[in-house]
Write a protein that binds this ligand. Structure first.
Ligand SMILES: Cc1cc2nc3c(=O)[nH]c(=O)nc-3n(C[C@H](O)[C@H](O)[C@H](O)COP(=O)(O)OP(=O)(O)OC[C@H]3O[C@@H](n4cnc5c(N)ncnc54)[C@H](O)[C@@H]3O)c2cc1C
Ligand code: FES
Length: 432
């Protein structure tokens, strides 16, 4: 072969590679653009603020104090009516509630993975007085302009404590919230959500009811026909707990980029390996390492505290960059405190004054947070997540300073603090 022919051959090969790479990039951009266009077309005519996904992609995050982003889609509570209830699992312990706005006005966008905060009036067991409770529930479907969906698991008394009262809000939903019931709901919020502009393949890791925000992400990606490869690892005890089984399987059948890996920790005799589930045992890092190809992924993890506390550090230890791991716990978990900024040590005893209750107490270093201190004094404080996510416990500081045990997920208004994740840094007066 002459030098000229050889040079031409090499040149052609390099050119071919460049053309292939550019074509691949363009096809990804076209798919993303088509998805945004579709989203814009769906919401453009309906969004009350005139936003479209194309000019403001799914941004309803309510984080003005921290990021300068726009505020919540509505302030305070908005009334919704339950249009439909659907039991989602064999044990009948998870129920989806489809919510439509009572005013009939179109719903604003949210980011897949975000949650709603509910203010509920729950009657006491005798049915006389009502108690107000605030709880967060993840949106479990893709963003739609006509309705929202949440999927709620009934929470029993903890194992070994049969005399303890069962979960207040979840049982209230299951037992009393029927089609036609009205609910007071705060706007979607939360920082655990899909990175819409990401390029990396996605790994969703769900334990039990932790699948709800990941379902929202999965349904959105399917709706967009997003070109990214998506893995869903889903751990439950057995088929009785396996929610939306047919839906998940049909998503995988119809989307070649989706891969479903289900783990049953305690399969029953009727559960069929290879059909109902792919792996027996708990979902762990070894399974991820065995199953995933080499390369970089974006991980989204949501599950019970023991799973999170085991998996998230294991992902980091196996070399996944922290910015590629997104996670959320449904409540207080030691994991949320793992990356916390160190609290400011209080060197001298400090006094906490609750001005509206007329109480002054010495800070108790054994207390976990100002929320706990207030509750110990019999002071009524709204709380939902108790983990800095929902903003329910936000309280005005009249004087003094607080230390945060972790970075708040909810918005914090100037001059306010989230009691559930703060301790006093100086003598303090709170508007409580
Ligand atoms: C961001 C976020 C998103 C969430 N998304 C979802 C979701 O999509 N789906 C979902 O189902 N959940 C979700 N959750 C969890 C949900 O918010 C509630 O925490 C959950 O439903 C339990 O609330 P509850 O009022 O039923 O239970 P609680 O009344 O708060 O009780 C919790 C547990 O404590 C026990 N208990 C109560 N009193 C006592 C006592 N005196 N002694 C001993 N034990 C006691 C109860 O029996 C129960 O086991 C989410 C949470 C967060 C923070
Ligand atoms: S209780 Fe949710 S932020 Fe404090």
């Amino acid at each position: 072969m002459s030098t000229t022919t050889f040079t031409l051959l090499i040149g052609t090969l390099i050119l071919g590679q460049i053309v292939g790479f550019v074509a691949w990039g363009l096809s990804r951009q076209r798919a993303r653009y088509r998805a945004l266009e579709r989203q814009g077309a769906e919401f453009g005519a309906l969004d009350p603020m005139g936003r479209t996904a194309a000019d403001q992609p799914l941004d309803t995050s309510s984080t003005p104090a921290l990021t300068g982003a726009p505020g919540p889609a509505w302030s305070g509570e908005r009334d919704f009516v339950v249009q439909r209830r659907v039991i989602e699992d064999g044990n009948a312990s998870v129920c989806s509630f489809y919510l439509v706005p009572a005013d009939g006005a179109p719903l604003p966008l949210y980011r897949p993975g975000q949650y709603l905060t509910f203010k509920l009036d729950v009657p006491d067991p005798a049915g006389h007085a009502t108690k107000q409770v605030v709880r967060c529930y993840s949106l479990s479907d893709r963003p739609r302009a006509d309705m929202y969906r949440v999927s709620i698991k009934r929470v029993p008394a903890p194992p070994g404590k049969p005399d303890a009262p069962p979960g207040i809000a979840s049982n209230h939903f299951h037992d009393r919230i029927q089609e036609g019931s009205r609910l007071s709901v705060r706007a979607p919020s939360g920082h655990f959500h899909l990175n819409e502009d990401g390029e990396l393949p996605i790994v969703l890791i769900a334990g039990g009811i932790g699948i709800t925000p990941l379902l929202s992400i999965l349904n959105t990606l399917a709706h967009w026909a997003d070109p990214r490869e998506v893995w869903l690892f889903y751990g439950v005890r057995n088929r009785g707990e396996h929610i939306m089984k047919e839906h998940l399987e049909s998503l995988c059948d119809s989307h070649p980029e989706f891969r479903l890996q289900v783990c049953y920790a305690e399969p029953s005799e009727e559960d069929i390996p290879g059909v109902d589930y792919q792996h027996q045992g708990w979902l762990d890092i070894q399974l991820l390492q065995r199953t995933l190809h080499f390369g970089r992924y974006e991980f989204y993890v949501c599950g019970p505290p023991p799973m999170m506390e085991m998996l998230v550090p294991a992902l980091e230890a196996s070399g996944v960059a922290p910015e590629d791991i997104h996670y959320e716990s449904f409540g207080p978990a030691s994991l949320t405190k793992r990356r916390a900024p160190a609290p400011t040590a209080v060197s001298a005893p400090v006094a906490v004054r609750f001005s509206q209750s007329g109480k002054t107490v010495q800070w108790d270093p054994a207390a976990e947070s100002l929320l706990e201190l207030a509750e110990d004094q019999g002071i009524r404080v709204d709380s939902g997540c108790r983990a800095g996510s929902c903003g329910s416990c936000q309280t005005a500081i009249e004087s003094g300073e607080v230390s945060y045990q972790q970075t708040p997920d909810a918005d914090v208004k100037p001059g306010h603090c989230l009691l559930c994740i703060t301790t006093p840094a100086t003598d303090l007066t709170l508007a409580l």
